[in-house]
Design a protein around this ligand. Structure first.
Ligand SMILES: [Zn+2]
Length: 389
């Protein structure tokens, strides 16, 4: 097994939970650091002066090294373009859940090859911006055939695939559509999916329908997640907490009882500030959640309608500027907590035994991700101990 020493690291963000517990820093940051990779895993971290020898050496030139971003929420399998809808929204047309149907028509008309090459392009775009693990949802097919093939496409790029047949009711009676989703569509999808998700929102699915879909998914062996409380207050966040889901996503409109439910259940609130940026909506209040002990993750929600960014650096900058997070909290939320939101303990940190998924920043510290918004700071992205971008 070959080994690689990355040395001359100005700041190494490890996300070591022991460092955080000992009151050192949330990010377990080590100045003037080095890191040794053996095979595809981290084998050693510490001060550069103490580093052991390795087969190969990489000089980070005083730059920061961080765990790769873990984007726990994206919708990359689609066709078509909704830039005109975005332009209209910027001049006052409000976002509504029904716009999803525009993308559904284009996705159904696309070939498997077109969908695959489109996902490949977006995953490449994500990697160049430092994302090393991505979750990908279906949800723009909304027929048995189109949901199954969307997930088969997603599976070529990630283990973290999510069946989102309950994205919106495409046509016809909502009750009949829920029966389709929980019956034949789930049967066709479950072999390609790890997770099941529901858009629990006015204009999409109500609490009872979400509960039915999640129950059917659980019976088929899929773990649940939810889109909830994005556009208004609703039952979704409390349902996620009651069911003990690992994460509930959006959490923009939260009543006090929703915050208490998140705190008491341990369910992660995944905030998606690119959505509020791209829909001109108020941002979720991350500070309120962090201050009471709710775990907060940040993800892109990359999708053609409400938020077409693939950039976690942008989400970090927004979380700091608009949502009251510190730069350290935002970076932690986009790496360590993102991994927790996917129930993964092999990624999201650079401690011994973790997969060597990392980014080299063209900057001396993680703070620059928020300090220099819009600047392409990710100089290199490594997955499994090898550069991929
Ligand atoms: Zn979403």
């Amino acid at each position: 097994m070959s080994s690689t020493l990355i040395t001359n690291i100005g700041e190494l963000v490890t996300n070591d939970p022991d460092a955080a517990r000992n009151g050192q820093s949330l990010l377990g940051a080590i100045p003037d650091a080095a890191l040794v990779i053996e095979g595809d895993q981290v084998a050693w971290t510490g001060r550069a002066v103490d580093a052991p020898q390795a087969d190969e050496q990489y000089d980070a030139g005083g730059r920061a090294v961080l765990p790769g971003f873990v984007d726990s929420h994206s919708h990359l399998v689609f066709a078509g373009d909704r830039s005109e809808e975005f332009a209209a929204r910027m001049t006052g047309t409000p976002y509504a859940a029904g716009g999803i149907r525009t993308t559904v028509a284009a996705t159904r008309a696309a070939t498997d090859e077109q969908l695959t090459s489109h996902v490949a392009r977006l995953v490449g775009e994500m990697r160049r911006q430092g994302t090393t693990t991505v979750e990908i949802k279906s949800g723009y097919g909304l027929t048995v055939r189109d949901e199954a093939r969307s997930l088969a496409v997603a599976r070529q790029f990630t283990e973290e695939t999510t069946f989102l047949g309950a994205h919106v009711v495409p046509e016809g009676d909502p009750g009949e559509y829920v029966e389709l989703v929980t019956g034949p569509m789930l049967d066709a999808a479950k072999g390609h999916a790890r997770w099941i998700d529901v858009f629990c929102e006015r204009g999409a699915f109500d609490g009872d329908q979400a509960r039915a879909v999640l129950a059917a998914g659980a019976a088929a062996g899929l773990s649940g997640r939810l889109h909830a409380n994005q556009l208004t207050y609703g039952p979704g966040v409390r349902l996620a907490a009651e069911l003990g889901l690992v994460a509930v996503d959006h959490c923009t409109y939260l009543a006090d009882e929703d915050v208490e439910a998140l705190r008491d259940s341990g369910t992660i609130a995944t905030l998606l500030p690119g959505v509020e940026f791209s829909t001109k909506q108020p941002y979720p209040d991350a500070r309120r959640l962090v201050d009471v002990g709710v775990r907060v993750a940040l993800a892109s929600d990359c999708n053609p309608g409400s938020c077409f960014t693939s950039s976690l650096p942008l989400c970090i900058a927004l979380a700091v500027r608009e949502m009251g997070m510190t730069p350290a909290e935002a970076v932690h939320a986009a790496t360590y907590v993102g991994a927790q939101a996917l129930d993964r303990d092999d990624v999201g940190a650079l401690t011994v035994g973790k997969r060597a998924d990392l980014i080299v920043l063209d900057a001396p510290s993680h703070v620059h991700l928020a300090y220099r918004p819009g600047v392409p700071l990710v100089a290199a992205t490594w997955v499994g101990g090898r550069p991929v971008a």
